[in-house]
Design a protein around this ligand. Structure first.
Ligand code: CA
Length: 489
């Protein structure tokens, strides 16, 4: 599944930037404030259609548990059109419940029992309205299984089409998970094929299910249901990013996914734990080479993800799909050549996340983001090279960065132009203010320095807010409301 269990968090160190450094990114501070107070993602949960269709208590449970197990996902799900929001919410919770069974390594008496629960899940959880499970998973995930009957009642009210998609994907994911239960993953997956296969089961299938649910809602073209390859790549991009970032956490949990055919080239001891010994300069160098090969492998999925996103037409669905993708490329750029991956939990700054969410409204904005992070990786690769580091993946890394930058350069140029507007506005406000104060002789009073200060503050605000005030819709995307009314005519 896209988002990780909480397992090893707490056991290992979290690499976090000090607040002073977080606050030094002034545009991110403004983005965070804007996101929290001015323009949060709108929630469509409280709409007449949803109120009339579902039991309010059951739905409230589903919504609350979603926020608890995945706050970031809850926000992107809630902004979806009300006609499909609950379908996607339940799809996520069903898979999360299945994932809780998969991740629990201590509660089942044997692997056979766990496999049986996985393989029967679509016949138990999704067929029996009274089904619940106790004592599996931890905290909120445990609660999700304990009160699964509430999810079932909401699930039962979904359309036939949506239920069929959810059952089909759940069954296939469970089969894939069961295949991996018996495998010893203490040293990762055996090769890239197995790595891809695991990612396909736990994430690629989610992509397929989502595409089919988009079609079932009528908001995306019917042809989307057959974009199986691209849907799969979307999931793989997210899953591989998580697997790369979660190296240490997964290693500590004795359930790792880095493919041996890649990492054994760099581990002198033939052990996956070799990379944790960062105080040794040779380990340090080799671990970064290994990490960079994996980041490059993941980046190679980006062109297909961008192609998938370019085919979407509904604004809200676009945002739902694109936000996790921009977070992923930001994370890959952050992980590239970053040895913190081997010594703790790495996470992009909260401010960066807010900024990315606010700047993921159309394809140009997404292209601009992908361009900047691909460029970021390329610059780091070149800085390393200039320092004399010979990274075996260097050529491959540069090639994929160039490809991504080529695909996204038009959008990047248009967005860069659009960003100059707030800059001009922010300069004009204080300049005009100070000029006016001089002209009208306000300067004689004692208030002058304070007045100037205020104009500078106004200027900064203008810089931060102009993009949101002057947003034009030339994106080619259509809001769900318009698509729905078109469908009726
Ligand atoms: Ca899992």
């Amino acid at each position: 599944m896209y988002s990780k269990k909480q397992g090893a968090y707490g056991k290992i160190k979290t690499h976090k930037e000090p607040l002073s450094k977080q606050l030094s990114h002034i545009d991110e501070v403004f983005s965070a404030v804007t996101f929290l107070y001015i323009k949060p993602l709108k929630s469509n949960l409280d709409t007449p259609f949803i109120r009339e269709t579902f039991d309010p208590d059951d739905l409230a449970f589903c919504d609350e548990i979603l926020v608890k197990v995945s706050r970031s996902f809850a926000a992107v799900i809630r902004q979806l059109p009300s006609t499909m929001l609950v379908d996607i919410l339940i799809f996520y919770l069903v898979l999360r419940a299945l994932d809780t069974i998969e991740d629990d390594t201590t509660s089942f008496p044997s692997q056979e029992v766990k496999i049986k629960h996985l393989l029967n899940f679509h016949k138990t959880a999704l067929a029996d309205p009274t089904w619940t499970m106790d004592g599996v998973g931890e905290a909120d995930e445990k609660l999700l299984l304990q009160k699964f009957d509430k999810c079932h009642r909401v699930f039962a009210k979904l359309s036939d089409k949506s239920r069929r998609v959810i059952i089909d994907i759940t069954q296939r994911m469970a089969t894939g998970m069961a295949e991996f239960v018996g495998k010893d993953l203490g040293q990762g997956t055996t090769d890239v094929d197995q790595y891809n296969r695991y990612c396909h089961f736990v994430a690629g299938l989610v992509g397929e299910g989502l595409s089919r649910l988009f079609v079932a809602s009528g908001l995306e073209k019917a042809s989307f249901a057959s974009e199986l390859f691209l849907s799969d790549q979307m999931g793989l991009f997210l899953q591989k990013t998580n697997i790369i970032r979660d190296y240490l956490e997964d290693y500590v949990d004795n359930r790792a996914f880095w493919p041996q055919t890649i990492w054994k080239k760099y581990s002198k001891t033939g052990e996956l734990g070799y990379f944790t010994q960062q105080s040794d300069p040779e380990v340090h160098m080799r671990s970064l080479e290994c990490l960079n090969e994996l980041v490059t492998d993941a980046l190679e999925l980006a062109p297909d993800c961008l192609l998938y996103l370019s085919k979407l037409r509904c604004t809200e669905i676009f945002r739902f799909c694109a936000i996790p993708q921009v977070m992923a490329i930001a994370t890959l750029n952050y992980c590239y050549s970053n040895s913190n991956v081997f010594t703790g939990v790495v996470k992009i700054r909260k401010g960066t996340s807010c900024k990315l969410i606010l700047r993921t409204n159309n394809l140009d904005e997404v292209h601009d983001t992908f361009y900047q992070f691909a460029e970021g990786v390329m610059k780091k690769a070149d800085v390393n090279r200039a320092k004399g580091v010979v990274d075996p993946s260097y050529g491959r890394t540069i090639k994929i960065c160039e490809t991504v930058m080529e695909i996204t350069s038009d959008g990047h140029k248009r967005e860069r132009k659009a960003r100059q507007l707030p800059l001009v506005a922010s300069l004009l406000v204080p300049v005009a203010g100070i000029a006016a104060s001089i002209l009208f002789n306000v300067g004689i009073s004692k208030e002058m320095p304070k007045l100037r200060q205020n104009f500078v503050l106004l200027g900064i605000s203008a810089y931060a807010l102009t993009p949101y005030l002057f947003r034009t819709n030339s994106s080619g995307l259509i809001d769900s409301k318009l698509l729905e009314s078109k469908g009726k005519n």
